[in-house]
Write a protein that binds this ligand. Structure first.
Ligand SMILES: Cc1ncc(COP(=O)(O)O)c(C=O)c1O
Length: 373
């Protein structure tokens, strides 16, 4: 009988789902990894017009429409003064596919991939699917990843290290100094840095910096997406950019696994990226206000929480039994260990929820904290 591949047997379905299933129907959901805002109207409209005109009835170019890639390239120029050739971009089915093709194209069986622990669940799973060996790295007290820890963990077997700033599940933002160091490490050790920047626009203090700005070699590949910035998780539109030779290798995987990103989503993304950025600004302001409400509540409960400077998650240290109790009382939060061994003792709280619901949830957390302490 045909057995399952060892690569697939080495991964399991994300633990986050289990928490959702454990919660009742009218639970307040602070477990979600998606903004609670609508996709900007001009993006929706662009997709509708493209559908009605018949423009999306056929495959696009494997890399995505020229217009979308030009819009993404213009965005990098606008945001970071980075000059990117539209030919060195692949539009993907979300940031998820971009991470997948980056790892498939660069990791040989047995090679190691370094990534933050706690970190986004896909890094471990996609490394295994690529046949590689995951090497989760501990974080600093403030939940950022120390460049020195990355450098110390590099061996002859290291194929890549993943930087994720702002980060899921921690909300941590790496300093410019760290980002410069990541670029130097990629250059000096000749190891690929995969920079996952899907939360690049959701930053409250300071500004997002990319290792791509600082690297002197072509050892940085950047992954991003419309998913979080434009509240477009359902549209499935992301991208990857890197040097021509790296894009050519990633395209080999993308071409056979995906052919091209969904055409309607490409039209919506082009409009989202090149149109007014006002909806992004409004969303980020709302997230910051909610973050402050949540942090104040957690501080009153004496739960130690590194201040998240981006994304829409907070990660307090919580007492034993806290997550289960909060979930039983009708608020969904995710146990830190769903994001790696070193996430144990933490909870991930997403504040992509209206402020009134968030305040209600904070009251529930207060009851739990009193009960389990
Ligand atoms: C850090 C990080 N990278 C990538 C992704 C994947 O995003 P997408 O929905 O665009 O596939 C997510 C989604 O939660 C994420 O949190």
């Amino acid at each position: 009988m045909t057995e399952f591949s060892a690569r697939v047997e080495g991964v399991s379905i994300s633990g986050i789902r289990e928490v959702f299933e454990a919660a009742g129907e009218d639970a307040i959901n602070l477990g979600l990894g998606q903004p609670d805002f609508p996709t900007p109207a001009h993006a929706r409209r662009a997709a509708i017009e493209a559908i009605e005109s018949g423009a999306v009835d056929a495959y696009t170019s494997n890399k995505g429409t020229r217009e979308l890639r030009e819009a993404i390239a213009a965005k990098y120029d606008r945001d970071y003064s980075l000059s990117i050739d539209p030919g060195d971009l692949i539009a993907t089915s979300g940031g998820s596919e971009a991470l997948h093709i980056a790892l498939e194209a660069h990791v040989d069986p047995g090679e190691e991939v370094l990534f933050p622990d706690p970190g986004f669940v896909s890094y471990d799973a996609l490394t295994r699917i690529a046949g590689g060996t995951p090497r989760p790295l501990p974080l600093r007290e403030d939940l950022t990843m120390a460049p020195a820890d990355v450098e110390a963990a590099i061996t002859d077997e290291t194929a890549a290290f993943v930087v994720n700033s702002p980060a899921n599940p921690t909300g941590a933002v790496q300093s410019e100094e760290d980002v410069r160091e990541f670029a130097r490490i990629a250059d000096e050790h000749d190891v690929l840095c995969i920079s996952d920047e899907v939360y690049e626009h959701i930053v409250f203090e300071g500004e997002h910096r990319s290792p791509l700005e600082f690297a002197e070699s072509d050892n940085v590949v950047v992954v991003s997406a419309c998913s979080k910035t434009y509240s477009m998780t359902g549209w499935r539109l992301g991208w990857v950019t890197g040097s021509t030779r790296r894009i050519e290798r990633m395209l080999r995987v993308h071409q056979y696994a995906q052919a091209c990103a969904s055409a309607p989503a490409q039209y919506a993304a082009e409009a989202a990226i090149s149109g007014s950025q006002e909806p992004v600004k409004e969303m980020v302001e709302a997230f910051e206000e909610r973050r402050d409400v949540l942090l104040e509540g957690l501080a009153e409960m004496d739960l130690e929480t590194p201040t998240p400077q981006g994304a829409f998650y907070a990660m307090p240290k919580v007492p034993e039994g806290w997550v289960d109790d909060v979930v039983e009382r009708g608020v969904v939060v995710v146990p830190g260990e769903a994001f790696g061994e070193r996430g144990a003792g933490y909870a991930r709280i997403s504040y992509a929820t209206g402020i009134e619901e968030l305040k209600e949830a904070i009251e529930v957390m207060r009851e739990t904290t009193r009960a389990v302490r």
